[in-house]
Design a protein. Sequence first.
Length: 412
Amino acid sequence: MWLFAVGVRIAALFNPKARLFVGGRKQQFRRLREKIPADALIAWFHCASLGEFEQGRPLMEAYRRKYPQHKILLSFFSPSGYEVRKNYEGADYVCYLPVDTPRNARRFLKTVRPRVAVFIKYEFWHNYLYRLKKQQIPTYIVSAIFRPSQVFFKWYGGFFRNMLKVFSRLFVQDEVSANLLKKINIKQVEIAGDTRFDRVWAHTRQPTDLPILQAFTEKALTLVVGSSWASDEERLAEAMKVLPDNVQMIIAPHEVHEEHIAHIERLFEQYKPLRYTKTINTEKITLNSQLSILNSSRVLIIDAIGLLLSAYSYGQIAYVGGGFDADNGVHNTIEPAAYGLPVVFGPVYQKYAEAVDLAKNGGGKSVKDTAELIACLQEWTLDPEKRQRAGQISLAYVETSRGATERAIYYL
C-alpha cells in the first residue's frame, strides 16, 4: 500500500484521475474533525466507486428511515464515485477513504468513531478491518459475491480468509457464494440477494422525464445502447446497415469524452447522428424545427452522465456494452430488464449473476460476434411477440429478485 501511495502520486503528475485521487485526500482528516461533532452517532458506509454506490444506496436510505437520529458517513475509494456523488443528500458526510495503511486506519476510525461499518460488495482492506475488529465495531458486507477463482479459496489465501472473519455478517447474493464461504469455515453468512434490484426497481417507479428522448422515440422502434465501448459500437454500426429503416438507436456510451463521441459520430455518419447536449441547448430553435432535426436522425448520442437508467424507459430493446471486453465484461443488465426490455450483450458475462440468469431464462441473449448480434436484433425487431415475451421475462426476473435491502436492514 505504501508503494501504491507513492506510485499514484507519481501518476498524478500526468493522469487527471490520479490527480483527483491524491488531491481529494489532502487535509482530509482535518476536514472530518471540523465537520463531525464529538457526540455524533456515525454509521459508516463504504463504496469502491459509483456502481457500488448505487448498490449501497437503497440500504443507506433504509438505514436513514430506520435511524433518523444517526449520521451517515459515505466514503469512496475511486474518484469516479466521489466526484459524481460528493454532494449526495442522503449522506451527512462524504469523503475519500484514506489509503489502507495502519496509521491511516487508526486515524480514520479515531476521527470518525463509527458505531457500525458497512462495506458494499468488493471491499477488503486489511488494516481497516483489523482496527474495526480490535475496537469491536460491528462490521458488515452487503451484496457480496464470491467465485472459486478468488484468492480467499486458494491454498495460499489464509491472510485474506482472516479478513472475512472480521465481518459480523456477510450478506451474499447467491447460494454459490454462501457455500464457498462455508467450505472455508466462514459461517456468519446470509443469502440476501443483490440490493441493486431494489435500487433500480425504485427508479423505474419514478423515471426522469426526458422530452428530447420522448420526441425522438415516438417515430420508430428504438434500441437503447447502454455503457458501450468501441468494440460494441463497431458491431452495432454493422448491424444498423441491415436492420429495417424503422429501427433507430439511442447510444449512451461508457465514456463521454470528446474523442469517443466523435468516433461514434463517424461510425454512424450515414444516419445523421445527434448529440443530446446539442439538442437541449437550442433555445433559439422553434419546437417545430427541433422536431424536424430529431426526425431526420436515426441515432441519438447521450453525451452526458446520469441519464442512461431513465433512457431505457424510452426503448423497446436494450443492448448493454462491455461484453466484448475481456478485461471487464458486461455492464448493468438489471437496469433495462427492470423496464421490461429484452437485453442483448456480448460473450463476456459469466461473472455477473444477473446476466447469466437473463441468458438462461430467455430475458436476454449473449452473442459471440457481429453475425449473432444481427440475427438477434433482426429476430426481436421483426417479431413483436418474441420481443415482448422476452421483455416480460426480464421484468418478472427483476420483480422476483427484490428484497435484499429489507433483509439486510432487518438484521442490522
